[in-house]
Every structure is written in C-alpha cells, then in structure tokens.
Design a protein around this ligand. Structure first.
Ligand code: HEM
Length: 476
C-alpha cells in the first residue's frame, strides 16, 4: 500500500503540481485578457449553461463584457478559453485560419461527423474540398439547377399542411429533403424518410453528453451514424457503377465520385463528406426558417410588408408557376427579414478555434494551444453596432435607412477560409419558403413558445402554429 502511495506521489501528484505551477507562472508572464477561470475543473461551465437557458440571448457574454471588456478569459467545457466579442479580433481569427488558429472540435463530434468531414479537415485537402463545395452551391448553380427543385419541394411540403403544424419539424423535413436532392438527386420517398429518421438520432447526439456509458442518446446516435453511413455507402457504390457506364448527373455526389487531377476519394471519405453537408445545412437553415416566421408573427407590420412583396411577385406569374432567379432577386424586403433573423438569433452563435502559437492581440497574449471563441451573436447584439440591437427591425437593412452596419460586423456565415459554402443556398431556401408560406397561408401561434439558446438556439415547443389556407389554390 505504502509503495503504491509513493508511486502515486512521484508519478502522478508531483508531475501534476509541477505542470500546474509551470502553467500558472507562464500565464502570469503572458498578459492574458482579463476574466475569471472560475472553479477548479468545471470553470464557469455551469454559469454558461444556466445563463443560456433563459430568454436573454447573451447573458453570459453581456455580464463579462461589462466587467472585463470585449476580450475576456474564462474556463468552459474543460478548457481555459478566450472569448472575443470584438469584430476586429473576430476577423483576425477568421483570416488567420490554418496559420495562427485552427478549428478544433471534441472527439465526440468527430465520431458523429466522421473523420473526413469538411468541418474537421485542415490544410490543402480542406482548401480543395471547400472550393468543391462552394462550386456546387454558388449563385449560378442555384439559378440554373437548384432553384427549380427548391421551389417544387417546398410547395410539395406545404401542400400537406392543414390545421396545426409544428413549424420547426416541418422546416427540418423540408431542409433535409432539399439537401438530399442537391447532394444525391433523391426525391422524397420511403427510403429518404427512413434515412431521415436515423439521421435525426445522429443530430440528437450532438446535443447530448458524449459518453456512451452514461448517455443512451449518444449511444443511439453512434448506432444511427453507422446505419446512415451504411446506407450512403451503398448509394456511393451504385453511383460509381452508373458513372462507369457513362451516366452523368449534376449533383454533389457526381463531383465527388469523378476523380480529378488530385486523384479520387474513397467511399468512406465521400460518405463522411455527405454526412457533414447534411449536418451543416440542417439545423441552421430550418431554425432560421422557424425563427423568421416567429419574428414576423410578432411584428405585424413586417409581416404585412413581406406578404405584399410576395403577392406582387405572385401576381405577375401564372397559377402554380415556379419562382425564377429574377423573382428571388426582386425580394428586397425579404432579404432584410433574412438578415435580421440571422442577426438576432443565429443558431451559430460563434466559432471555436485553437491557437497554433502564442498570439498577441489588443495588448494581450493568448497562449499556444488555448481555445478561442469568436462570438458572432455577441457582436450582432451589441448596441454599439446596431441601434436597439435586441429588437427585431428588418427595416434597419434597407439601403436608404442609413442604419447599415460597418463591414465585418455582420458575420452570420463566418468568413475566411471556412466561410460557409451554403450561404447563398440558405438565403434562397429561406426566401422561397417565406414566399410560399405568406402567399398560401395565414397563421396564428398555437400557444406560447419561448426562444432558448442552449444547447442550441430553438423555440422550446418547436413553434406550433394553426394554419389557414388563403383563397388562392395553387396546383403543382
Ligand atoms: C442559415 C443557414 C446557415 C448558417 C447560419 C450557416 C453558418 C455557418 C457558419 C458560421 C460556418 C463557419 C463555421 C466555422 O468557421 O467553423 C459554416 C460552415 C459551413 N457551412 Fe454553413 N450555415 C448555414 C447553412 C448551410 C448550408 C445550407 C450548407 C450546405 C451546403 C452549409 C454548409 C456548411 C459547411 C460544409 C461548412 C464548413 C465549412 C468549412 O469548415 O470549410 N451551411 N456555416
């Protein structure tokens, strides 16, 4: 027993004390941004979690910014972390991706996403895959190929709406179906629906305790991830066969299966890549759809103005005629609504990075290997950059209002090398969705529903609404 204790002291306790002492003296030497590391081990994680369970969007950040300024140190999710609520620093972080900062997700996330996911890739492979993704979702591809299906699938979904609808669920279904079509050319069918059910379990895993022993949700998510991967690898194999026979398609999978100057991707790489794209566009776009409707419902003047804009577009078109690119481009007020929704309640509150070296910023040093959180929402909700920042006011985005914000302050889609490749696609999907919603339905909320921000931005009851069809009946 005494020998074991001696071993423990020499090989565990003493090295730990030396490490901590070394670390603390290094931190004292390196002038860190002000802040508090909270309790040993848990840091300020519990304060963060409880803060975001309230309706206030940024209580954790607000309190610390008022005490320490827009760059502060804290300790959350097991690591010391510097939070930046400063647009200039955020831009510096995004522009130095791969040089001074790198993305960093916990292992639990990579188990669910797959190690070849774009979100986890680094270096030249990341550059190549990022530009491939950009080329599949750019404006001309949306205009020439994707828009027609976005319009058709959204209409198809809205056709089945009657009485009471759980808007968040419907928006998720729509978003999933759109992504399946864009990535692999699948129209909704029994197979896509069963894949979606597994996929929903994977997504739940992202918001659970990532310990298989303690969390049945995480266990279920890992199992569902395997099933999704199996189903998608069959699709990849089938597509390879078709491509050998000379069949050509114009979707993302076709681009992945075709080898280029850099060689070809393995089935596993393609599957991971597809899963990551399904994940990246799913919660983000569907939450924005739901919240845009919630904010419009609570702002009748804005709802009236957006309805008028879309009725004018409809009036120029035949019954059931699909939207075209020029229609999308004429939705000026809708773009204000989209911006304002993304400003006020973006599901991506900010981005985590890890420093690759000691970083000097604003007179402080952030040590190598530390986590950094560039808060977008904190900036978006700062009164310094947006007048009455916590109020939904789509008119602030109108060119002639003079209230437009300075460059680099509004970054709902990130920036730099990891700029969201789906930024235009998301805007188009949201706009087309709003078009069909306001021209075909009127609605009232079916009861109170609160906006919460943890573990993710959402309404607590998935925003139930009672819908009534408007007079004009559209056909497919
Ligand atoms: C309202 C909807 C959306 C929002 C607010 C959003 C926001 C973001 C943000 C902030 C990032 C940067 C993450 C980082 O720097 O770590 C990002 C990355 C990404 N987004 Fe989106 N996104 C949306 C929709 C979409 C859609 C529809 C797609 C589908 C193509 C998509 C695909 C991606 C991918 C693949 C990445 C990773 C890029 C990389 O790491 O290189 N997003 N998104």
């Amino acid at each position: 027993m005494a020998v074991i204790s001696l071993y423990l002291v020499f090989f565990v306790v003493l090295p730990a004390i030396v490490l901590i002492a070394h670390w603390s003296s290094r931190c004292r030497r390196l002038r860190l941004p002000p802040g508090s590391l909270g309790l040993p081990f848990v840091g300020e994680t519990l304060q963060l979690i409880s803060a975001y369970k309230t309706e206030n969007p940024e209580p954790f950040i607000d309190e610390r910014v008022s005490r320490f300024g827009s760059l502060f140190t804290t300790h959350v999710f097991g690591e010391p972390t510097v939070f930046s609520v400063d647009p200039e620093t955020n831009r510096f972080i995004m522009q130095n991706e791969g040089k001074l900062f790198e993305c960093s997700y916990p292992g639990s996330i990579s188990n669910l996403l797959g190690k070849h996911s774009l979100l986890l890739m680094k270096g030249s492979l990341h550059k190549r895959m990022h530009s491939l993704t950009m080329s599949f979702a750019n404006s001309s591809i949306i205009r020439d190929h994707l828009l027609v299906d976005i319009d058709r699938l959204i209409r198809l979904n809205l056709d089945s709406w009657s009485d009471r609808v759980l808007l968040m669920e419907e928006a998720k279904k729509i978003t999933f179906e759109l992504t399946m079509k864009q990535l692999m050319s699948f129209d909704p069918c029994e197979w896509t629906e069963s894949l979606r059910k597994e996929y929903v379990l994977v997504i739940e895993g992202f918001f659970s305790v990532p310990l298989p022993i303690f969390s049945p949700t995480y266990r279920r998510a890992i199992k569902a991830r395997t099933k999704v991967a199996e189903a998608l690898s069959l699709v990849v194999k089938q597509r390879r066969k078709e491509s050998e026979l000379g069949e050509k398609r114009k979707d993302m999978l076709a681009a992945l299966v075709a080898s280029d100057d850099h060689g070809s991707f393995s089935d596993e790489e393609i599957v991971d890549f597809l899963v990551a794209l399904l994940v990246a566009g799913y919660e983000t776009t569907s939450t924005s759809m739901t919240l845009a409707v919630k904010f419009l419902t609570e702002t009748p003047l804005a709802l009236a103005q957006i309805t008028e804009e879309h009725e004018q577009i409809r009036a120029k078109k035949g019954e059931g005629e699909a939207l075209e690119w020029s229609d999308y481009k004429s939705m000026a007020f809708t773009q204000c609504v989209v911006n304002e929704t993304l400003r006020i309640a973006n599901i991506i509150g900010g981005i985590f990075r890890r420093t690759m070296t000691d970083i000097n910023v604003k007179g402080y040093t952030i040590p190598k290997g530390w986590k950094v959180f560039a808060s977008f929402r904190g900036v978006h909700l700062d009164h310094e950059y947006f007048k009455d920042a916590r109020t939904f006011n789509p008119w602030r985005w109108q060119n002639n209002s003079g209230a437009a914000c300075p460059a680099n302050v509004f970054t709902p889609f990130g920036g730099g090398q990891r700029l969201c490749p789906g930024y235009e696609l998301a805007r188009v999907e949201l706009s087309v969705f709003l078009h069909h919603l306001v021209t075909r339905f009127s609605w009232t909320p079916a009861g109170e529903d609160k906006l919460v921000f943890f573990p993710t931005t959402r309404t607590q009851k998935r925003y139930p609404i009672n819908v009534q069809r408007r007079d004009r009946v559209q056909t497919m």
